[in-house]
Design a protein. Sequence first.
Length: 187
Amino acid sequence: MPLKAENCPVAGKGPVTIVEFSDYQCPHCAQALAPLEELVDKARKGKARLCSKYFPFPSHPRARVAAACAEYARGKGKFWEMNASLFAHQEALEDEDLKAYARQVGLDGEEMLKQVYAGKFDEQVEKNRREEWRQGGEHARDLLRRASQHASLRPWYLAFTVDDELQWQREKGWRFGPAPQGHAKAR
């Protein structure tokens, strides 16, 4: 099943979309933020965009609440600011911390938590989580999952991957020419 780059906060513009599933208590997800932002804002500006989705791990008790807070911020036009704050403080995601981060980005922290605990954002967070589960770790072109398994996203790898996808799009798949002279054809 293909990933859907819809109904998600998007940074950057371009024909290549990187769908990032993240957990606000995952250190690897936090490490991925800077290289991904660098990619869409500078290295491949105008060629790539980042679609952020939630995938709170069951082993991270505050990740789901943090994701709902990010979704609240998205509705107020402050997703990327809240996203950065949540990742920067992923060791401190208790209610008082979350309210403070909301205030720092110009949001009402009390109202945010009221809506979060009323379940207003549960459906969107769960929808993202189910979408990632359906991928089952087998989605061949899911860049973030493959790269984050190696604990880091190298800027050169991200740029190469975007360029590779652009070539794929231009050629509508891979085109292989005839074997060079002197080489046996693959069977």
